[in-house]
Design a binder for this molecule. Structure first.
Ligand code: IPD
Length: 273
């Protein structure tokens, strides 16, 4: 599906509008003594009432503005697309940070084309990731570059220029399944002596945007869902980076490595060795 620059700009503006609205909601209307409303894949994979309310807002607002588009949301929102565009949304990426009142969560909204239910068959074309505590808005559309809007200013993003993994600050995350985590821990233990240091911030969307801004050199993780990945992925590629999966496959549940091309090549080789 081909979208022209005017359509892409309009999708990015909509992504920004609804990501900001949902982000303000989760901060302004957070109830006293917020608890866990339910759990998903494991006992530590939590959903709060505000994840649900944020997703409800995103569903309602996108439905008003783009009634023919599809929707795929982390908390279960699903609508088939009649237009060829599907919005992939994470109402709070970094839910555990949000639960603990740690400042590292964001709303991620991405307009995607292709089949979002099939790994590797979709791609983001316009996106916004909004961190409501720092009030940083990362946004991008295909072919238009990636930008950070913050404190009334807007500047273009580019990934790190670093070329050596040994001098690179690497970010990663862990899944909720204990067995998967054990394997992720082993992999990380092998990488630690080969890199500058590691960060685990707790939001894949923010990690990806920080790679786009050069605040992190590179990021990798396995187990990500489309809603964790879609918005940040576009911000990285539009900032001049590469986002790949294993052995040239599209990034997805199996593996995501994101950063400048040279570092991605070297880290991918280490991870898959
Ligand atoms: C999680 C965060 C985390 C990553 C996990 C994700 P959620 O998303 O992005 O950083 O390591 O893999 O599931 O559950 O907070 O939306």
């Amino acid at each position: 599906m081909d979208l022209n620059p005017t359509e892409l700009t309009s999708l990015a503006q909509i992504a920004c509008t609804v990501a900001i609205e949902a982000g303000r909601l989760v901060v302004d209307e957070r109830p006293e003594g917020l608890g866990v409303a339910r759990t998903k894949s494991t006992d530590t994979d939590v959903v709060t009432v505000m994840d649900q309310r944020s997703e409800d807002l995103l569903r309602r607002r996108l439905g008003e503005m783009r009634p023919d588009d599809g929707l795929l949301g982390e908390e279960g929102a699903a609508r088939d697309s009649g237009s060829g565009v599907t919005w992939v949304v994470d109402p709070i990426d970094g839910t555990v940070n949000y639960l603990y009142e740690l400042p590292g969560y964001a709303v991620s909204v991405a307009a995607c084309v292709g089949d979002v239910s099939t790994p590797g068959r979709w791609q983001p074309v316009a996106a916004a990731v909004f961190n409501p505590l720092s009030e940083e808005l990362f946004h991008a559309h295909a072919g238009g570059g990636a930008f950070l809007r913050s404190g009334g200013r807007e500047h273009r993003l580019s990934v790190s220029t670093r070329t050596r993994l040994a001098r690179s600050l690497v970010s990663t995350g862990f899944g909720y399944d204990p067995q998967v985590r054990a394997a992720q821990g082993q992999l990380l233990a092998g990488l630690l002596p080969l890199i500058r240091d590691v960060r685990r911030a707790g939001s894949a969307a923010i990690d990806l945007c920080h790679v786009a801004a050069g605040r992190l050199d590179i990021y990798y993780e396995s187990g990500l869902n489309p809603w964790d990945l879609a918005g940040g992925q576009l911000v990285v590629t539009e900032a001049g980076g590469v986002v790949t999966g294993r052995d040239g496959a599209p990034a997805g549940k199996d593996l995501v490595v994101a950063g400048p091309a040279g570092l991605v090549h070297d880290l991918h080789a280490l991870i898959t060795r």
